[in-house]
Design a protein around this ligand. Structure first.
Ligand code: PLP
Length: 447
């Protein structure tokens, strides 16, 4: 990489970024190691968000670098259609093991993996599999997909259709998948503000699915997709009993349940997947991000044996699913994934959030009472701190905090007026102290 500072920032159209604001006063990162980034000038920045909820084992993991370099030298690319390479099968097997239900002697039944390159592709793949599944079962009238308000499922047309964030939807009304509907969200600050862990109230929000069944008839509904914990929309937690109830209603009506675990996957909650943490097994899990520790783009869709087997019925020479990507199971991504899962296993990272959660929760809730803090919610190594919006300027208060934190050497994430924290799972008490120390100072000063 060139060490000369880049001065022309015009050509790069940055994603989900206030481009003109950024280019007026750029915030650049140049190096990363462990819990820290470093700016080109050598200023250390504590990473409070694991990059973007993805660098779960911390930055600069040597084992991943070495695996990727070895693989690049050995075989840079292999076509995934009608051809295979060993690392793809190894990673699929390893992932199925990670998703094993700790309650059951057998794997939870999510025994098959379809590889993609991102969370968005995982979501669109999962939705396509759900629709095609009902079709191969002879139930082709099940074409409706249900999402949830305040859900984020990436930026593909499928993902924005089932997603529930208005800013991500309003520019493309004509491109939404027809027949999609949404459950109500589970955010209920009147009853649940400042909850620690799962909120006590709101299991009954799952009954909204019965309302949609009554409206559309179950025979038209293919699948429901929800995030066990919604992250991008500002940390919205599942009330106690909510996910169980959703599962029961889906079962009653033959509706597939998809968990979008792009952020809850790989140890964020204290279990490998949210499905295990919350004791609810969906039919399909989507994941990405932590799968390769953010080092190489990759996503995956874990599919139940029932669904997979339904496709494996026709003549053995026929392609069963007309779907896939040039870079599905890319060898570099596969070896990065294998090295990542190895680190997670060796260092116990997939359950470490449980150990660190009490200290993280305590520090997060100590922000209560600071100016404009109207809610704090947390689970595992995720916390959401909601600020009172400035009248007429939604999002500004939190964004100002974001900018000040960066100046003080801390990277946080904000959506609207909610600060979301999701540090790497290697976090130690000293990092927790530093993170919340800087944040509380900035919150005080921003008053
Ligand atoms: C729950 C969820 N689904 C999907 C996505 C999209 O993933 P990607 O940005 O890799 O396409 C995200 C990204 O944050 C996410 O949080």
């Amino acid at each position: 990489m060139s060490s000369t500072p880049v001065t022309d920032l015009g050509a790069y159209w940055m994603p989900f970024t206030a481009n003109r604001h950024f280019k007026g006063k750029p915030r650049m990162l140049a190096r990363a190691s462990g819990m820290y980034y470093e700016t080109p000038e050598g200023r250390k920045i504590l990473d409070g968000v694991a990059g973007l909820w993805c660098v779960n084992a911390g930055h600069g993991r040597r084992e991943i670098t070495e695996a990727v370099s070895r693989q690049l030298a050995e075989m840079d690319y292999a076509p995934p259609f009608q051809m295979g390479h060993p690392a793809a099968f190894e990673l699929a097997n390893a992932l199925v093991k990670v998703a094993r239900d700790p309650q059951a002697a057998q794997p939870a039944g999510l025994g098959h993996v379809f590889f993609t390159n991102s969370g968005s592709e995982s979501v669109d793949t999962a939705l396509k599999i759900a629709l095609a599944y009902h079709r191969v079962k002879g139930d082709a009238a099940r074409t409706r997909l249900l999402g949830r308000e305040r859900g984020y499922h990436g930026v593909g047309f499928g993902g924005i259709s089932v997603g529930g964030m208005v800013a991500n939807r309003k520019a493309w009304p004509s491109a939404m998948i027809p027949g999609v509907d949404h459950l109500r969200h589970t955010h209920d600050p009147a009853r649940n503000a400042f909850s620690r862990g799962m909120p006590a109230h709101g299991a009954e929000f799952a009954d909204d699915l019965e309302r949609l069944v009554a409206l559309h008839d179950a025979s038209t509904i293919a699948a429901v997709i929800v995030e066990p914990i919604a992250g991008s929309t500002g940390v919205v937690l599942p009330p106690v009993g909510y996910l169980q109830r959703l599962r029961e209603i889906c079962d009653r009506h033959g509706i597939l349940l998809i968990f979008d675990e792009v952020i809850t996957g790989f140890g964020r909650t204290g279990s490998p997947f949210g499905a295990q943490e919350f004791g609810v097994t969906p039919d399909i899990i989507t994941c990405a991000k932590g799968l390769t520790n953010g080092a190489v783009p990759m996503g995956a869709v874990l599919v139940s044996n029932n669904i997979h087997d339904a496709f494996m019925q026709g003549p053995p020479g026929a392609i069963e699913l007309f779907h896939g990507y040039t870079y599905s199971a890319h060898p570099i991504a596969c070896v990065a994934g294998l090295a990542t899962l190895d680190i997670y296993q060796r260092e116990g990272l997939l359950t470490r959030a449980k150990q660190m959660a009490p200290a993280f929760e305590k520090a997060a809730h100590e922000l209560r009472g600071l100016p404009h803090v109207i809610d704090i919610r947390n689970y595992g190594l995720v916390a959401g701190i909601e600020l009172e919006p400035i009248a007429g300027s939604p999002g500004k208060r939190a964004f100002d905090v974001y900018l000040k934190c960066f100046e003080r050497g801390l990277l946080i994430r904000t959506t609207g007026d909610i600060i979301a924290l999701s540090p790497a799972l290697i976090i130690e008490q000293a990092h927790i102290d530093e993170l919340f120390g800087v944040l509380s100072q900035v919150l005080r000063e921003a008053a």
